[in-house]
Design a protein around this ligand. Sequence first.
Ligand SMILES: CC(C)(COP(=O)(O)OP(=O)(O)OC[C@H]1O[C@@H](n2cnc3c(N)ncnc32)[C@H](O)[C@@H]1OP(=O)(O)O)[C@@H](O)C(=O)NCCC(=O)NCCS
Length: 162
Amino acid sequence: MVSVVNPAASSAAALRRFQWRDFWAVYGLTRHAFGRDAFGMDMLFWRALLSGGGFWVSQQGDEMVGYCLTRSSRWRGRGEVVAVAVRADARGRGHGRRLMEETIAFMRTKRMRELRLEVAVTNTPAQALYRSLGFVLHEHLANYYGTGRHGWRMRLDLEPPQ
Ligand SMILES: CC(C)(COP(=O)(O)OP(=O)(O)OC[C@H]1O[C@@H](n2cnc3c(N)ncnc32)[C@H](O)[C@@H]1OP(=O)(O)O)[C@@H](O)C(=O)NCCC(=O)NCCS
């Protein structure tokens, strides 16, 4: 299903589920966005296969400009954002927010109790996005991305208020 993001801003912006024909574009965007921290082709293949429908791409016209890949454990009641990325020339236009909002809604329909992700302490744009959606800092991850490159684990409580 394709949903129009903001018809006023761009008639061609759309969010839809990942399809296998997106694989190489997603892989290319992963390398572009994460550089040396990018996961490999094998990892992407397995994560895509096991995403359980929690994998979306964002389009601008015919081009795939962003994606959000998740996994979830029914046993733990927990969803995780494996990766979210938007092409540099398409950032700041709401793709990242729309992808994350779709992810949160999906995790709620799957009755997950929380959503987690990891982010570099230096990645302030991503942290600002997550905070604006209600994520809070959960755990400091020393050297998570390599020596001297620390991370934060952030979490969003998805339990309905009592
Ligand atoms: C993080 C990322 C996905 C955001 O995507 P995006 O499409 O630019 O995000 P949006 O346009 O939807 O912006 C959403 C929010 O992010 C924050 N944000 C985006 N760019 C920002 C910047 N340069 N500085 C500070 N905050 C920023 C703002 O809070 C913004 O909210 P607003 O809409 O009220 O301004 C994108 O920057 C990216 O792909 N970065 C590289 C990969 C990455 O770091 N992924 C996250 C790994 S944990």
